[in-house]
Design a protein around this ligand. Structure first.
Ligand code: ACO
Length: 401
């Protein structure tokens, strides 16, 4: 009799599922998603409740450690993060080496990788305590890298945070504080940012999360695995969609604002153009995050008194798509990225920083997934293939080819 292991290794049959549309890669207790019903829950708590009642740091704790923290646990977690918020001064030289035109996602991925050199003890996460320290360090230093990436773009001095502030307020201050100007906190802006980060915090086995898990499955360290996840998130079919949405809306505006023309382009199969911000691999119903964020976008724009022609174009596309047979048949609804870019723009965040903001929100999810994968002792990720190339060929010397 042949045992299961030998059978697997001898590989008579391979499951072929391009894009893993129907293949589970792991068992996970972190995020529940029902794309048909439009349900999203972190550790059993509905995204609606969390976005309304929790703050981002509580949600980060919940995702990573499995339970909502009590006051004492949350205070300790925050204090541990604050104690690690220094980034080595030498990192500024690395940032200096990038041209101003460098895409912030490339910069962020490189800086996250470079952090390893200055925190070598974070590479080995084999004990719970090592893992905790690596997690806390990353949650502390990553926002500094995000803020520095933005400040370099804007030509502002690179500085550190304010430990008297909450996690998200501190991020906002680090990003936007101007020299010789008093920083004025805006509650509406901070609340909107907090909500956006919560909504992006995890989304089970998407492209970047699967990347983090598969890189980590070789026992690469946490920072290296997350740097790889940032690269995966960069693409326009994934996290880069929020930037692509805004660029598309701007292009439509500059072209006279004719939304019908672009709807037709999206439906034309000979044209590679897609309506960015519409459709989702898993949600075949309205993305629950999009519902929450749409409401938040309306509130923030109303409160800040923003009037934006781009917003009218977005509303036009949304309304047309909801009744268009092509979009209805394929169940293509606006996704979270359709609205997040609109809020980021209202908050004064440059377009090519949008995906960086997504990465900032997704960080606790990536960490939680990495931790779960390591704690479960999952095997190295190594998909198979179905070979379709040439059969055995005789070698031909270069002068005879
Ligand atoms: N505009 C026009 N047509 C679309 C769109 C779109 N945005 N999205 C899907 N379709 C069409 C496809 O052409 C295809 O049509 P067909 O059946 O006639 O060939 C059908 O809908 C199914 O599309 P797939 O590409 O097979 O769906 P998949 O699940 O592989 O892709 C994806 C999902 C990548 C999100 C896709 O909808 C897309 O490209 N959307 C635009 C980019 C975007 O907004 N990405 C963000 C995703 S959310 C996130 O990462 C946070």
């Amino acid at each position: 009799a042949i045992d299961v292991k030998t059978l697997r290794a001898s590989s008579g049959m391979i499951t072929l599922d391009p894009g893993y549309k129907n293949t589970g890669s792991c068992q996970s207790a972190i995020t529940f998603l029902d794309g048909e019903k439009g349900i999203l829950r972190y550790r059993g708590y509905s995204i609606e409740d969390l976005a309304e009642k929790a703050d981002f740091l509580e949600v980060a704790y919940l995702l990573i450690f499995g339970e909502l923290p009590n006051k004492e646990q949350l205070d300790k977690f925050h204090a541990d993060i604050k104690a690690e918020s220094h980034v080595d001064e030498e990192m500024k030289k690395i940032l200096d080496g990038f041209p101003k035109s460098a895409h912030p996602m490339g910069v962020l991925s490189s800086l996250t990788s470079a952090l390893i050199a200055f925190n070598p003890s974070s590479v080995n996460v084999s004990s719970e305590s090592d893992m905790y320290h690596a997690i806390v360090r990353l949650l502390a230093k990553f926002p500094v890298l995000v803020a520095w990436t933005l400040r370099k773009k804007k030509g502002l001095p690179l500085d550190y945070g304010d430990s008297s502030l909450g996690y998200v307020e501190n991020i906002h201050k680090m990003m936007f504080r101007r020299p010789n100007e008093e920083y004025k906190e805006n509650k509406i802006v901070i609340e909107a940012l907090d909500k956006l980060l919560i909504l992006h915090a995890d989304h089970e086995q998407n492209c970047s999360t699967s990347t983090v898990r598969i890189v980590g499955s070789s026992h690469a360290g946490l920072f290296a695995s997350i740097s790889a996840g940032i690269s995966a998130l960069w693409g326009p079919l994934h996290g880069g969609a929020n930037q692509a949405v805004l660029e598309m809306l701007e292009a439509i505006d500059q072209d006279g604002g004719d939304t019908k023309k672009y709807m037709a382009k999206a439906k034309d199969k000979s044209d590679p153009f897609r309506l960015m911000g519409f459709g989702h691999r898993v949600y075949k119903n309205f993305d629950p995050r999009a519902r929450i964020i749409k409401k938040a976008a309306d509130e923030v724009l109303g409160d800040l008194g923003v009037e934006d022609p781009i917003l009218d174009i977005a509303k036009g596309l949304e309304q047309e798509a909801l009744v268009d047979q092509y979009f209805v048949d394929r169940r293509l609804y606006p996704n979270v990225d359709f609205y997040s870019g609109i809020i980021y723009r209202a908050l004064g965040i440059p377009v090519d920083m949008f995906t960086v903001m997504f990465a900032l929100g997704r960080l606790p999810g990536w960490i939680a997934q990495y931790r779960e994968m390591r704690l479960r002792g999952e095997p190295i990720g190594r998909p198979r293939q179905v070979y379709i190339g040439e059969n055995h060929r005789p070698f031909v010397a270069v002068d005879l080819r």
